[in-house]
Design a protein around this ligand. Structure first.
Ligand code: KG4
Ligand code: ZN
Length: 334
């Protein structure tokens, strides 16, 4: 079964072709980072317009890369939400048009579900059930994954997402956009214990997150240094900030695993590409006798391969194949 996946929920226009839920024949991502970097964050209007410019070319390139024509595609999978509505509409409308004109069945896919299943694009993946930590620019949530269409939300952020905190702190420090990679690179030279930034535990058994206090603590630290004309050690600052985030994410993920008697743990989402988070999750997971599966870095950040994969599971199940579906901005998990 050949699935063409299309993703346009934020600032990446992407298309991928997946054979039988296993073999990736094409994986094309057109990133708009250079456009949004000028503004220090994604500008929704510019993003939608750029998706319109990119979409046909990205899909055509994927088909060419796979050596296929549209006639050979068995199913379309497109991101329906959550995300920026104007952006989602571009991919969704494009897929609907293809579906209707070319008579190809189409399923709408939830973007978070894509992240939750992206581990199946790796050679090493767990069997169900597993605890999945999805840390991205829009979400920081822990799920119990019981099946390819069965996810139970265990905890989520009450304010900023982890990636959002990375991006906002990087902007404050003038490091560039998106912030995560800049901060993790700067942190390599720094001391993670140099500054004791707050960790929001929110109670002993709690699985929710809160990162806005940490962001404010960094802003206060920076402004106090500026007021006193003291030089900032950016490497120490980044390493200490990063440590505060990865420590909370790792601790809560392991907590979720023990609360649910689950041995398998999956790390996914853009922040899942963070080298220190990957290291800590492996080390601490190993020490607690857990099997930790790290989503390959290229599938952590937004891509259409995970959308094609989630679509494959939907086609294989009892998916409603319905080109009348609509996009949505907010997560449907509660
Ligand atoms: O999953 P993703 O591509 O998009 C969303 O669904 O939000 O995640 C993007 C986020 C950004 O906030 C970016 O700063 C963060 O992932 N990110 C990282 C790293 N690479 C990307 N955060 C920390 N360390 C990284 N190495
Ligand atoms: Zn994402």
């Amino acid at each position: 079964m050949l699935i063409l996946g299309i993703e346009s929920s934020c600032d990446e226009t992407a298309a991928a072709i997946l054979a039988d839920g296993k073999t990736l024949l094409a994986d094309v991502i057109n990133s708009q980072v250079d456009i949004h970097a000028l503004y220090g964050g994604v500008v929704p209007e510019l993003a939608s317009r750029q998706h319109i410019r990119n979409i046909s070319h990205v899909v055509d390139t994927a088909l060419k890369e796979a050596g296929l024509t549209l006639d050979q595609i068995d199913g379309l999978a497109v991101t329906e939400g959550p995300g920026l509505v104007g952006c989602l509409l571009v991919g969704h409308t494009y897929a609907k048009a293809l579906s209707l004109v070319r008579q190809i069945p189409m399923v709408g896919v939830d973007h978070l579900t894509g992240h939750l299943l992206s581990i199946f694009l790796a050679e090493q993946h767990p069997a169900f059930p597993y605890i999945a930590m999805v840390a991205s620019g829009g979400h920081s949530s822990i799920f119990l994954a019981e099946g390819p269409e069965k996810f139970k939300l265990l905890g989520r952020t009450r304010d900023d997402a982890a990636g959002e905190a990375f991006d906002k702190v990087a902007k404050l420090l003038g490091l560039g956009y998106p912030g995560g990679p800049f901060i993790s690179r700067a942190a390599e030279e720094g001391d993670p214990e140099a500054i004791n930034f707050p960790r929001a535990w929110l109670g002993r058994d709690n699985l929710d997150f809160s990162f806005s206090g940490l962001k404010t603590a960094v802003a206060n630290y920076v402004s106090q240094h500026k007021k006193k004309n003291m030089e900032l050690n950016i490497a120490d600052l980044c390493a200490s900030f990063q440590e505060a985030i990865v420590e909370v994410i790792t601790t809560k993920t392991l907590r979720a695993a023990s609360q649910n008697g689950c041995r398998n743990i999956v790390l996914a989402g853009g922040v899942g590409a963070n080298p220190r988070l990957r290291e800590l999750m492996l080390n601490r997971g190993g020490a607690e006798n857990k099997s930790v599966f790290l989503t390959p870095k290229r599938f952590c950040t937004d891509n259409a391969a995970m959308i094609a994969l989630a679509g494959y599971f939907k086609f294989r199940g009892n998916a409603e194949i319905c080109p009348d579906s609509d996009v949505y901005s907010r997560s449907t998990f509660s």
